[in-house]
Design a protein around this ligand. Structure first.
Ligand code: NAD
Ligand code: USQ
Length: 383
């Protein structure tokens, strides 16, 4: 099967592109490389030294004999997107190609507008190419668990059946996102749902939790294939940040009291979930939603887990509770369903088994590259 991975130079996309290529799919990568540019603008860098995309792909070819076609372009450049898709002729498109940081989207008006324009318009362009040229192609779109927010009831997979004044309907699950970035994903979901309804497109929205880890079978094959691992206050995510903080002796940055709970998964499960979605396509006209995560943790418990693992490696790990820079509930109910992907065969990796191998050992190996001035959060939601 021919699969185009949009955002294939990024954290989830790179690991997924290599995994699919290794499994025998014909893979193409479409990426504007804008993420590398944003890192440069913010003066931040990944912990791990990532090679230019062309060198990465050449190394992959030398190692495995497998070719991954590269399209360097922007989803917002419609003529280029259309041309690339016509050249590649995808049977499935995996769409990771968005601005994905909540803090980045909350820096100021310009970053909120950039995030929503980049994400919503890019996704809309993709929907139009699919309508005009590939109506049967399966769109696998990366959404986020953060679309739901933290409601005081169980979170279902995309839809909820409601009885109201004696009538019953199954409706999209209510969305209460917590940043302009998370809102962009909600807008995408609505646009895809509508496109499936009116044009008969087939799509799967993968509402993914926070991803952790850096090692997959393929990215571990050679140092030139290494994946990015963000630790800065803008692009770094909770658990990855905690491990790198532990490695360099920086107190772990728990925001607020730390009882906010999120859904998490190992990057090795990200790549597998995408493969499962591709192998089990949505029906024509169907907008299907899977919640893509394996475990739920609150951030204070995560910090404690990292502290214990760090101690076992001889690290002296302190935990610090910072004033929360975000506007978010801390003490809240959180119970989300994730049975669809498990039902289709996902065999989860659990944090307790992978924290040291897939995270802490990398953090310790590359700790010399850490710029400690980039660790504390600088973006505030309130102003
Ligand atoms: P990333 O920033 O590492 O990668 C995104 C890639 O998309 C980058 O290589 C970037 O250059 C590319 N890109 C962005 N805008 C583009 C455009 N307009 N045209 C072409 N390419 C573009 O992000 P990631 O962590 O790999 O996240 C990938 C997707 O998964 C995002 O949609 C994100 O919302 C979702 N997601 C990520 C996480 C996580 O924890 N990392 C969790 C849930 C969902
Ligand atoms: N947090 C801390 N300390 C930190 C960093 C974060 O306590 O140093 C807390 C945050 O306040 C938040 C939680 O940890 O309550 C998660 O924050 P995060 O930065 O790990 O993740 P988030 O901003 O939600 O975004 C990340 C990805 C995004 C994806 C999302 C999945 O960047 O692309 O959509 O995770 S989810 O959280 O399920 O929405």
């Amino acid at each position: 099967m021919r699969v185009l991975v949009i955002g294939g130079d990024g954290y989830c996309g790179w690991a997924t592109a290599l995994h699919l290529s290794n499994q025998g799919y014909e893979v193409g990568i479409f990426d504007s490389l804008v993420r590398r540019h944003w890192d440069g603008q913010l003066c931040v860098d990944t912990l791990t030294p990532i090679a230019p995309i062309q060198s990465r792909l050449q190394r992959w070819k030398d190692l495995t004999g497998k070719d991954i076609e590269l399209f360097v372009g922007d989803l917002n450049d419609y003529p280029y997107l259309e041309k690339a898709m016509l050249q590649f002729q995808p049977e499935a498109v995996v769409h990771f190609g968005e601005q994905r940081s909540a803090p980045f989207s909350m820096i100021d008006r310009e970053h909120a507008v950039l995030t929503q324009t980049n994400n919503v318009v890019g996704n809309l362009n993709l929907l139009y190419v699919l309508r005009d040229h590939f109506p049967d192609c399966h769109l696998v779109k990366l959404g986020t668990m953060g679309e739901y927010g933290t409601p005081n009831i169980d979170i279902e997979e995309g839809y909820i059946t409601i009885e109201h004044n004696g009538r019953k309907d199954t409706l999209p699950y209510p969305k209460q996102p917590g940043s302009f970035y998370h809102l962009s994903k909600v807008h995408d979901s609505h646009n895809i749902h509508f496109a499936c309804k009116i044009w008969g497109l087939r799509a799967t929205d993968l509402n993914q939790g926070v991803v952790y880890g850096v090692l997959t079978e393929e990215t571990g094959m050679d140092e030139l294939l290494i994946n990015r691992l963000d630790y800065d206050g803008v692009f770094g995510t909770a658990l990855n940040r905690f491990c790198i903080q532990a490695a360099v002796g920086h107190p772990l940055t728990v925001y607020g009291n730390g009882s906010q709970t999120r859904a998490f998964l190992d990057i090795r499960d990200t790549v597998r979930c995408v493969e499962i979605a591709i192998n089990n396509p949505a029906n024509a006209g169907e907008f299907r939603v899977f919640n893509q995560f394996t475990e739920m943790f609150n951030v204070a418990d995560l910090a404690m887990t990292v502290k214990k693992a760090g101690n076992s490696l001889g690290l002296d790990v302190e935990i610090n509770h910072l004033e929360n820079p975000r506007v978010e509930a801390e003490d809240h109910y959180f119970n989300a369903k994730n049975t669809s992907l498990l039902g289709l065969g996902l065999e989860p990796h659990y944090l307790s088994d992978s924290l040291i191998d897939s995270l802490l050992s990398f953090a310790m190996k590359y700790k010399g590259r850490v710029d400690k001035s980039q660790i504390l959060p600088k973006v505030q939601w309130r102003r």
